[in-house]
Design a binder for this molecule. Sequence first.
Ligand code: P6P
Length: 340
Amino acid sequence: MSESPAAVPFLTAQQHILDDQKRFPGSSGEFSSLLSGITMATKMIQDKVRRAGLSDIIGEHGDTNIQGERQQKLDVYSNEVLIHFLGLRDSVGILASEENEKPMIVHQGAENANYAVVFDPLDGSSNIDVNVSVGTTFSILRRPPGVALDDSDQWVLQPGCKQIAAGYVVYGSSTILVYSTGNGVHGFTLDPSLGAYILSHPNIQMPEQGPYYSVNEAYLDSFPQPYVEYIDRLRNGALGHKYASRYIGSMVADFHRTLLKGGVFLYPPTEANPGGKLRLLYEANPIAFLAEQAGGVASNGHQRVLDIQPDSIHQRTPLIVGGRAEMADFERVVVQSDAS
Ligand code: P6P
């Protein structure tokens, strides 16, 4: 059961971020200013998502993005809003988006531009037309020592363990921001009457073991055999109980349930995507950062997701993320079979 409201102090995300930054002596507040850029942008995105059916914002934009995917109008709007608000922060030097082929240099010559923000402005956007939850994901990296502002790839091609913060906003039955700066995972529910994200899920811990597995079983025949065996074990009670299946087809929503209720989310290699479908930098890395901060585990089937050295901005990866019990079995059944 979630704690009664009285048990959770009334704290806005803004205040929580400021309090959190007190851990860093001499913090100039530039980081909290950066996070406020994300919260402001997501409030505008959620306003459009909530009214998608009532305005000319639903449907296809008519272009395709770098991924070759047909852009939804809300994809374009969400991307523009995030670029605008993050671009106003002079602590941000580089932005990289799922919607843009190359990173953007947003503060030419600003000496204190120390952060890169990598994001997927609206993950799962093809679900908007049928009112299924969608989400924004973000990952914050520090400028590597000695790297020039215009060497933008080097700012973002860092392994996920270098993230200094990461999070997502899930636009579901309510709008919830979940983020971590490496000091635990905290959730904030947007109060539309206040226009503020209010602390609702302090110190989220992923359950050791949960009731659900989450995978697109339509591709079962194309998963590597150890994955089929692993999923069979979940379904047949080998881990102590028979798992139920939940799959929304929107990664942020599927992970949010896994984070709160426990279990495991998988996007394995498939024939169509032998290297996995999800993007490493702005989907798998933020999710893996949050999962580990909440006591969970995230793997690509061979290694810890956060240890993967990226080669390109839009590279894909398999993602298997869940509680310690599910992931210990995954290690035995899948990872070690590959190693053997
Ligand atoms: P499939 C949405 O398009 C997305 O990128 C993720 O949000 C989601 O987990 C995945 O693709 C769903 O893919 O192949 O199961 O439809």
